[in-house]
Design a protein. Sequence first.
Length: 130
Amino acid sequence: MPIGNAHLDNTRLTGHWRKTTALLAIYPTHLVTLTPGYFWYLVLQPQGVGKVHIRFGGGLAPEFIADPQANAHMATLKALLDEVNAEDRRGVEAVFRGVHAPLAKPGNLSHLERPNYDFARYIADKLQTP
């Protein structure tokens, strides 16, 4: 989608940076997506066992805000955030139900979950007594 790339009026980004997206995780509760045209964030606040409050928001790069189609760009971003968060919610809730199923047994993390492993090891190291 156009807002995921640098706006034509953006003269600061060149080459592949005009189309590069960065996904940042600040464990354990913050996620940030940075693109040349927009950003969005997600903050997870645990509310007890099995409950979490999620705050999210985002914004457009200055060139998209200054564009005559700024309202349409903002509507596109809002629709994207609503769609992605609804899709993620369905997936996360399905995983939650699965791991709490009566016959579910703990297993190894996927190689795709390395950041989760690294964070768990970090916490375990900090909890060890000297």
